[in-house]
Design a protein around this ligand. Structure first.
Ligand code: AMP
Length: 424
């Protein structure tokens, strides 16, 4: 199948040529014709499936065909995303795919000055990629109006709900024209997402680009059991002995992120971080330097887990396991993208066994374990079984109490626990 056979117009095909996209990915071949036909869409698609082009290409084509003159402070298409980084990234994709089209696109998000955004909106914009909070701020101040809105995209809808944007999303829905095309992309479909989909989508086409809740197959995943206090040493040891190149490392807390970065910097290893406490500009700088290869280790909280598209990332390390099992899938989705193979290694301590079990339940697979010589844990990580459950240690049979009873009875009592043990 080719992009031309999906009915895309020449300026888009030329851009795809420049980007060297030869064949549509499965989500693109399903989504593009449906969106071109004006259908609403509900897509189970993770990042790495090519979903951004899957919605951006047909959207731009429809906007071009409609040739609506955008009024000042108005917008024709709105893409809502959970994080600032993703807003920038999706916006860059629109720019790349639309390089031969006269469409105006813009990204708006919080954490940066609002005035330049207000100025930019004055002329009217064809496509805005936005995080919900800042968009609503601008809407309340009349800097952006939705009367002309034709297309709404909810990208990473599950993540938006996880991050607590439900109320903001409702406020945006209430402000939009009822007659519009709506496209919803989500890696997972919880009850909350399904309910939202039922409310905002009209007769949607459902597509599933990759099986729900399964981790990418091309990613080799394994666990190294280790004591909590030795995790940082183990990480430095692996980095050295296995000659790792660039690594994206996930740590549970912001404080933990900074501690690891400091430890690495003290060892003259180039490292930077992204987490919610950092100003947006610093977050973007860290990400850009990592993407450019100037920084070897990027340490992040789950803020960075979704959506970020980092080319050819060979390795993701879970320094801590995520609290929400689904985040595991998003984290390791940063590697093994677009057919490349990747590795995802989790450093797991005894405290985290329940989190490990939850991940194994979700992915329906037991993660192989490999201890690292010199780092074998004192506190053993209990075994988990294929169903992702922690295997309880068999209770030691109680020693039978032997009373001063006739020899025959005492033998009988002593035999009982052993028989029970066998029956277990
Ligand atoms: P996404 O899932 O939208 O984040 O895209 C993942 C990566 O795949 C991005 O780096 C895209 O540039 C790339 N990509 C998307 N579609 C194609 C395609 N048809 N051929 C080659 N690369 C693609």
């Amino acid at each position: 199948m080719t992009f031309a056979s999906l009915g895309l117009i020449d300026p888009l095909l030329r851009a795809l040529d420049v980007l060297e996209y030869k064949t549509p990915t499965p989500v693109q071949s399903q989504a593009i014709p449906a969106i071109l036909n004006g259908r609403d869409l509900m897509a189970a698609a993770q990042t790495g499936t090519g979903k951004t082009a899957g919605f951006a290409l047909p959207m731009m084509q429809r906007l071009t065909a409609a040739a609506t003159v955008v009024a000042s402070n108005s917008v024709l298409a709105l893409v809502l995303v959970p994080t600032r980084e993703l807003a920038e990234q999706v916006h860059q994709s629109f720019r790349a795919y639309g390089q031969y089209l006269p469409l105006r696109t813009y990204a708006i998000y919080g954490g940066v000055a609002i005035n330049p955004q207000m100025m930019k909106l004055r002329k009217g914009i064809d496509v805005i990629v936005a995080t919900p909070g800042r968009l609503l701020d601008l809407h309340r101040q009349n800097a952006v109006k939705f009367d002309q809105l034709q297309i709404l995209v909810l990208d990473e809808a599950d993540r938006m709900l996880d991050l607590g944007f439900a109320r903001e999303l409702d406020a945006v829905f209430a402000a939009l024209p009822k007659k519009r095309q709506t496209l919803l992309f989500s890696a997972t479909f919880s009850d909350a997402i399904s309910k939202m989909a039922a409310r905002v989508l009209h007769d949607p086409l459902s597509i599933e680009a990759s099986p729900r809740n399964t981790a990418a197959r091309s990613v080799k995943q394994w666990v190294i059991p280790v004591d909590k206090k030795n995790k940082a040493d183990l990480f430095s040891h692996l980095l050295r002995t296995r000659r790792w190149g660039q690594v994206l490392v996930f740590v549970k807390t912001r404080k933990g992120v900074e501690q690891l970065v400091q430890t690495l910097l003290a060892q003259r290893i180039s490292a930077d971080s992204i987490h919610g406490d950092k100003p947006q500009a610093a977050r973007q700088r860290a990400l850009d330097s990592f993407k450019a290869g100037a920084v070897q280790i990027l340490v992040a909280t789950d803020v960075a887990a979704r959506g970020l598209d980092i080319d050819d990332l060979p390795l993701v390390v879970n320094f801590d396991l995520p609290i929400v099992a689904e985040d595991y899938i998003h984290r390791i989705g940063r590697t093994g993208r677009a057919g490349a193979t990747g590795e995802a290694i989790s450093l797991v301590c005894a405290d985290e066994v329940d989190l490990l079990a939850a991940i194994e339940t979700l992915t329906r697979a037991t993660l192989p374990r490999e201890e690292e010589e010199g780092f074998e844990p004192d506190h053993r990580v209990p075994l988990t079984n294929a169903a992702g459950q922690v295997v309880k240690k068999p209770k030691k049979p109680k020693k039978p109490k032997v009373f001063a009873a006739p020899a025959k009875t005492a033998t009988k009592l002593a035999a009982k626990p052993a028989a029970r043990r066998r029956a277990r």
